[in-house]
Design a protein around this ligand. Structure first.
Ligand SMILES: Cc1ncc(COP(=O)(O)O)c(C=O)c1O
Length: 455
């Protein structure tokens, strides 16, 4: 059991789905899928919506990312409903999963988007979304990025430095446009998450410090082609508690009041993304609890409210399917070498992320099944860091299909071609329909743009 403190001070108990033994960790697949709306077992076989994993693995091969359209829409809708009492815009953070099908489903549902590169903006536009509903974050925007965004009619630049501010003004002047901006304020709040995904501390490269923000806003107000529209922060990712969000909001409110005193009126406040998800036994606050903690303070401001959620919208809508290629039991450790690897899913190697690995077909007696052993689920890449999970109690045979859950966010988008491995295919499921939304790369395509040295 794990416990979490709600904003009300109430303590909720989260049913654990794991058993830790001396050999390793057992993740109960049935109990886990009870928490994952897109997945369920029927007659011992794993399904995503109404499509069996076996059907997908047979038709599209492995490794393969599979996403539930309904699961994506349900979370988006939970955000929209929870903040319905306010003027709001949910700007899905494209970096979490940037497949055009995912973006178009969200655009049709009314989402805005948070982007961090020209490439992401081009994707959003290609998916049919309006640039006016896009906020452009990121610390290193170039002249070309800004020019493209202004030409498309970007909704807002989230500005991270004075240098960027002056560059935006210069580009806007050249294009004879007024650039909508907000400052990304770094509120120096500890998000209490993995250091690599913590962004709101003084030591992080992001944003303008809380102390400098007023002066930078005043500088912005004096620039001829800048239109100040908002204030922004993003303090980190996979936050399971609401307190850091409230602390950041308090800092922003302080600033909004002092901006008002100096005659600078804003139209929106953007609280970024970062709400965590349950991968295995985590107990993040729900979207409803998150909203309940923030709404009273936000309502009093009278501004439009923006959020930039990524992970919480897509993580649990997706799985990565992989096949067991080789079983290699040794005296010290048992290795299951699968056809997905760190190039497909880098979260375990990069962030020590623990993700659940569940079988496509349930063994007869769960943990007590004859043949259950502790396995390291590893890829075939020449790196010791190439693992997807360690010491997991599973009953495995070569050829088995496994599903790595919670893989819809920061899965495919962080994948690479390391070891000249083509990136996986992606499939979307809706009810009983399934559709390829990205072809598996061919090996030839990996070197198609390379040029032999000519003597
Ligand atoms: C500026 C910004 N907004 C939003 C997000 C999305 O965060 P998450 O996926 O945790 O919701 C990120 C991710 O790091 C980000 O950098």
């Amino acid at each position: 059991m794990s416990h979490s403190e709600l904003p009300t001070g109430e303590s909720v108990t989260v049913e654990s789905v794991t058993t830790q033994t001396e050999q390793g960790l057992y993740v109960d697949p049935k109990a886990l899928t009870n928490h994952l709306p897109a997945l369920h077992y029927c007659d011992e076989a794993l399904y995503i919506e109404q499509v069996s994993i076996e059907t997908i693995a047979k038709q599209y091969g492995t490794p393969c990312y599979v996403y539930s359209k309904q699961a994506i829409l349900d979370v988006y809708q939970a955000y929209a409903n929870s903040f319905a009492s306010l003027d709001h815009q949910i700007c899905y953070a494209v970096k979490a999963n940037s497949n055009l099908a995912v973006l178009s489903v969200l655009a049709q549902a009314g989402a805005g988007f948070d982007i961090v590169s020209r490439g992401e903006l081009m994707r959003v536009v290609a998916a049919g979304a309006e640039a006016s509903r896009v906020v452009f974050s990121g610390v290193g925007k170039t002249y070309g990025d800004i020019e493209y965004a202004l030409t498309q009619g970007i909704g807002c630049f989230n500005v991270e430095s004075i240098s960027e501010l002056t560059l935006i003004n210069e580009v806007a002047q050249t294009l004879d446009k007024s650039a909508p901006i907000s400052l990304r304020v770094n509120p120096n709040v500890d998000a209490k998450t993995h250091p690599y995904i913590s962004t709101g501390l003084k030591d992080n490269k992001f944003g303008i410090t809380h102390e400098d923000a007023l002066a930078v806003y005043q500088q912005a107000a004096a620039l001829s082609h800048i239109d100040i529209v908002g204030i922004d922060c993003h303090i980190g990712s996979q936050l399971t508690e609401v307190e850091p969000f409230v602390a950041a909001l308090d800092k922003l409110i302080e600033l909004i009041h002092s901006l008002r005193e100096h005659g600078i009126e804003l139209r929106h406040i953007d609280l970024g993304g970062g709400l965590g998800v349950r991968y295995i036994d985590e107990s993040p606050v729900s979207i409803e609890e998150f909203a309940a903690a923030l709404l009273p303070k936000l309502s009093a401001l009278g501004l439009t409210v923006f959020f930039e959620p990524g992970r919480s919208i897509v993580a649990n809508a997706g799985v990565l399917l992989t096949k067991v290629d080789v079983l290699k039991p040794t005296a010290h450790k048992n290795f299951a070498i699968v056809d997905a690897a760190m190039n497909d899913l880098i979260r375990p190697a990069l962030y020590q992320a623990e993700m659940a690995v569940i079988p496509n077909v349930l063994p007869n007696a769960g943990l007590d099944t004859n043949g259950t052993k502790a396995w390291d689920i590893v890829g075939a890449i020449c790196e010791t860091g190439d693992f997807l999970a360690k010491d997991r109690l599973l009953s495995l045979a070569e050829g088995d299909i496994l599903a790595i859950t919670g893989a819809g966010a920061y899965g495919f988008t962080m994948s690479s071609n390391y070891n000249s491995r083509p990136r996986a295919s992606e499939v979307m499921v809706s009810e009983d329909r399934h559709q390829l939304i990205r072809k598996r790369e061919t090996i030839e395509s990996l070197y198609a743009d390379e040029i032999l040295w000519q003597d």
